[in-house]
Design a protein around this ligand. Structure first.
Ligand code: FAD
Length: 500
């Protein structure tokens, strides 16, 4: 073992830790364990191009890049109020003729900005490939043995790896390890219906060809809402269907309604209590028949109706790893499965499906198995006050309890609320509004929930999450000086409760 962690006895296995899956949780666990001196292998079924997992390849990162792209459409439009003009010069012929160019913005006689979808996709792919390389270097630089292939657990300490030989024929290798870590993530789930083969999931949406001028999105979770905002901003006519009463279940009710109203205002055709019966390919595009008899024509249909744990073919039944009702790997508070040598972290455990959570869980496992970093105590994970953002337009940022959860947990709560038009939009011409909300446990004065719909909500809420985690009271918020003029200062200047 390279510089064994203190108190750790070198095992007779090929590795001390074998990580299955090169996503957020797997890469972090492998890298940190190797840095502590453990002998680590990591298998990724997609090879070097898959390193970074869902987040890097088909999740957080490309989505945020497309969200930035989409924001430009509004920015071009809004800049006129600030004195900017784009003189109506003819576009260079080559630029106007770019394949996939899409008109965006609504300027009448002004030049319309056009989106070069092909360029956006290529630039995104280039950046993702760069990140894949960064992950590869980080792993190898830490001394992790990176293996390409589909891993299958063959015993409590044994992993079989299906690989491809140099001549393209299938190969197989077997490895042993003192500990196995399942970090295989999740995969999109599409229900069964006629025409299912015509729809796509978030995995394919980033590379759609051609640009979908009419996009139908099915689902009401954060992924569905984010793509609705993104493609609406990029210039598609977006219809979003959700079978429930309101999108973004689980978020604060007022925030859900406010965000949904803003999305509709921005041009998304949001249809609630609506569901798909079947999808047919026609000469005019995909015809989607809805319950109740109406139809929608679309160039692409994106299903964002949830994700399921990636456990197929992993061999969990062979070793008797227990699964939960939704197929998630069941773990205890130390992320250990019922098989003592096998651990699991991240989306495959079906808990909070966010990259920073997978990273945090991975660190807990590494600290427990190989000891904490020098001078540190072993980490633990708290699931309270996990901040999160939804990159709709405008963004949602949230940390802590919803109003309903706070009422249930604390009984007597005090709610502060502020709704306004951000200073930026006084000249921009945009009718976008901002909502901020604080929920206080009346007895302790502790702020137990903080929610926002508005520009850069994620950036703003991250800082406040530290305050909530530290147990800040409303009195501390009141004593905090605002930064003027910002939208964020509103969180420290709300004085009058709206209800108790
Ligand atoms: P993953 O990152 O999914 O990694 C699992 C890896 O295991 C994959 O690379 C897979 O190829 C590999 N694998 C699977 N089975 C095997 C096998 N048998 N052998 C070898 N390799 C295998 N989270 C955020 O925090 N913020 C966001 O803004 C955000 N946006 C998202 C947007 C979208 C569209 C999606 C889909 C997700 C988003 N997420 C976001 C969630 C985030 O991506 C996940 O929570 C995170 O990637 C989970 O990490 P993980 O390590 O559990 O799994």
């Amino acid at each position: 073992m390279r510089g064994s962690p203190p108190g750790y006895v070198m095992s007779a296995f090929d590795f001390d830790l074998f990580v299955i899956g090169g996503g957020s949780g797997g890469v972090r666990a492998a890298r940190m364990a190797a840095q502590r001196g453990a002998r680590v292998a990591l298998a990724e079924m997609l090879g070097p191009d898959g390193l970074g997992g869902t987040c890097v390849n088909v999740g957080c990162i490309p989505k945020k890049l497309y969200s930035y792209a989409a924001h430009y459409a509004a920015a071009f439009e809004e800049s006129h109020g600030y004195g900017w003009e784009f003189p109506a010069l003819p576009l260079p012929a080559a630029q106007g003729a770019l394949p996939g160019a899409v008109a965006c913005g609504s300027a009448d006689q002004r030049v319309k900005p056009v989106l070069d979808w092909a360029r956006l996709k290529a630039n995104r792919a280039h950046e993702i490939a760069r990140l894949n390389g960064v992950y590869d270097n980080l792993l190898r630089g830490s001394g992790v043995t990176v293996l390409n292939g589909f891993a299958r657990i063959e015993g409590p300490n044994t992993v079989g790896l299906a690989t491809l030989n140099a001549d393209g024929s299938p190969g197989h290798q077997t490895f042993t390890a003192a500990h196995l870590l399942i970090a295989t993530g999740g995969t999109p789930h599409v229900p069964h219906f006629t025409g299912r083969e015509f729809v796509i999931t978030s995995d394919a949406v980033f590379d759609l060809e051609p640009f979908p001028r009419r996009l139908l999105i099915v689902g009401g979770g954060y992924i569905a809402c984010e793509f609705a905002s993104i493609f609406n901003g990029l210039g598609a006519a977006v219809t979003q269907l959700y079978r429930g009463e309101q999108v973004l279940r689980g978020f604060d009710d007022e925030i859900r309604h406010f965000a949904a109203a803003e999305m509709v205002k921005s041009g998304i055709d949001l249809r609630l209590n609506a569901d798909v019966v079947c999808v047919h390919q026609t000469g005019e595009g995909l015809r989607v028949d809805l319950e109740g008899g109406s139809q929608v024509l679309a160039d692409a249909v994106l299903y964002a109706t949830g994700r399921v744990p990636n456990v197929q073919g992993l061999g969990l039944d062979t070793v008797g790893v227990a699964l939960g009702a939704k197929g998630e790997v069941r773990v205890d508070e130390h992320y250990r499965t019922n098989v003592p040598s096998i651990y699991a972290v991240g989306d495959v455990t079906g808990r909070v499906q966010l990259t920073p959570v997978a990273l945090g869980e991975a660190m807990v496992v590494v600290d427990a198995l190989f000891g904490p970093a020098a001078g540190k105590v072993p980490r633990s994970m708290g699931y309270d006050f996990i901040p999160t953002a939804v990159f709709t337009h405008p963004n949602i940022g949230t940390v802590g309890l919803t109003e309903a959860q706070a009422r249930e947990r604390h009984g007597d709560i005090t709610v502060f609320r502020s709704e306004f038009k951000a200073l930026r939009h006084t000249l921009s011409g945009s009718s976008e509004r901002t909502l901020m909300k604080l929920i206080v446990d009346t007895a302790s004065d502790r702020v137990v929930g903080l929610h926002m719909v508005g520009a850069e909500a994620g950036e703003i809420v991250q800082g406040f999450a530290v305050a909530l985690k530290a147990g800040a009271t409303k009195a501390v918020f009141d004593a905090t000086i605002g930064i003027h003029p910002t939208a964020a200062e509103e969180f420290v200047t709300m004085r009058e409760p709206v209800r108790r």
